[in-house]
Write a new protein. Sequence first.
Length: 340
Amino acid sequence: MKKAIALFLVVILLAGGLFYMRRMEKEDKARMRQLYSTVEPLQRERETLAAERENLETDYALQMRDVGTIELLFREPNANIFTDVYPQMRDRGIVGVLGINTQQYPGFRDKLKVEQYSRLVMDGWGSCFLYETTGDFPAWYEHMVKWLERDGLPVPKAIFFADNTYDSSMDADLIACGITTVIHSAEDGHSTTVTPVGSGLWHTGAMPWNYTGVNSDTEQLARTNGANLVFTISFKNLWDAYEAAAFSKVLDNWVSMLAPSDALQEAAVNETAPEEELEKPLLKVVNFEQAYEAHREAESRNAALEREQTQRKQELDEKIAALDEEIRQVYDAWDQGRKG
């Protein structure tokens, strides 16, 4: 009888223990569900913020990209520019720059007619003074301006110094005459802007359009923020002489790198990752005024974007840290409830 009672009590205890364990298991599952329902949205929010934080630099780098620029400077405004060169460039959406001085001027023998020169300018082409060694630059400049005003042509804001004829003592006169861009010979084709735009005169380098290695150097230029290089072309100088077939190939190479107006939008249209879009070589073939303005705008824009990026990075770090703390507190409370 005693054994039966003892056995009965053991069964009761086992049943009670099993009931208690099942109840505790049920309560644990309920607490776990409550824990997950509380933590999961916090985790999702944290993951979203962390992903934005991780992509922040790339996204801003795309917005801050200062696309490299190149200019095609024709050192003589010859008549065959309009008949032979202009159609090739127009069909590819590329513009050039016409060099002028007292010896190279529209309307002279074998040169562009004034009307043709004007047509090119209307189509986005630019102009550039070709420096002639004189003892009085302001007088020479005033003489050139009178010719241009007589013919209704724009006054260039750029000047090209060939054969190391540039002298920095001229800077004050150049600035007083409204010159913004100074071009002189570069030592190689890896040249970026010599000076930042907006720091006085903008200095940039020039190389012949057909030098050995021009294609690889141009691609490197197209991957460099704020880069610029001038390619000179001549119809009488062997150093940078125009040759139709080779020139056409160079233009085709550039076309593949011409930059869209909005890199972020282009990435979305092409469904490419921002990282891939950032690695693409991009170029703008423009006149000097357009290049100057593009780099000036980029410098101004990027200063504001850098501040915005720093602020956004700080905001994200603070939000992620706050979520980490909130998640930790939820787990601490769960542990304490479980122990209690």
